[in-house]
Design a protein around this ligand. Sequence first.
Ligand SMILES: C[S@@+](CC[C@H](N)C(=O)[O-])C[C@H]1O[C@@H](n2cnc3c(N)ncnc32)[C@H](O)[C@@H]1O
Length: 199
Amino acid sequence: MLRSLIHKTDLLRQNGIMNAVQEILSDPSLSILDIGCGHGQLAARLKQDNPQWQFQGVDVVVQPECSISVSRYDGVTIPYPDDSFDAVFCIDMLHHTTEPEILLKEAGRVARKWVIIKDHIADSKWDHYVLTLLDWLGNAGTGVPLPYNFLSSLEWQALFDKVGLKEVQKLDAIRYWPGIMGQAVDRHYHFVSKLKTGR
Ligand SMILES: C[S@@+](CC[C@H](N)C(=O)[O-])C[C@H]1O[C@@H](n2cnc3c(N)ncnc32)[C@H](O)[C@@H]1O
C-alpha cells in the first residue's frame, strides 16, 4: 500500500520534471550524462519523447533494474574527459551529496553546453523539516545516501556563481500534484534551472 503510493508519487514527480525539462531544453539532438540517474526511468521516458537524446548514467548506487546504460563511480570525479556531453543532468541528486560544489564543478567540466539542475529550495527551517520527511519517504530502503543537504535560494545562486555556471533560465514552483494538492504539498519546493557553461 505505502510502496504503491510512493510509486504513484514518483510518477507524478517524473511528469512534473519532464514537463519542465522539455520546456527549457529545446535542442532536438543531445548527448546527455545523467549524474545520479537512479532507476533511470526519467531519462528513459524523456528519450521516448525525444528519440535523438542519447543518455548515459553514472551513480554511486546502481539500481539493478536501471532503464538506461549506467556505470558506478566514486561520487566525486566524473569518469569522462572535459566536454564529453552536450548536456549534464543533476536531477534530484545534489541534495543527496555533502559536496555539491565539487560535483557541480565536475558537471560543468564534462558539459559542452548545458547543466540542468532539478532540486529543492529550503528557505526556512520548516521547509527543511518538510523536505527531510518527503526525502526519507521517497528514498527509504533504496540504499541512496540521505544527507538532507537542502539549500536556500541564495545558497543555490552563490553555488552557481562559485562554479562559474550562468543560470540562463529557471522554472520554480514546479507542481507534481494537481490543483490544491500542488499548492499545499509542492509549494515553492521544486525548481529546474538551465545553466550555461563558460565555453
Ligand atoms: C532521488 S534519486 C534521483 C534519481 C533520478 N535522478 C531521478 O530523478 O529519478 C538520487 C540519486 O542520486 C544518487 N547520488 C547520491 N550521491 C551521488 C553522487 N555523489 N554522485 C552521483 N549520484 C549520487 C543516488 O544514488 C540516487 O540514485
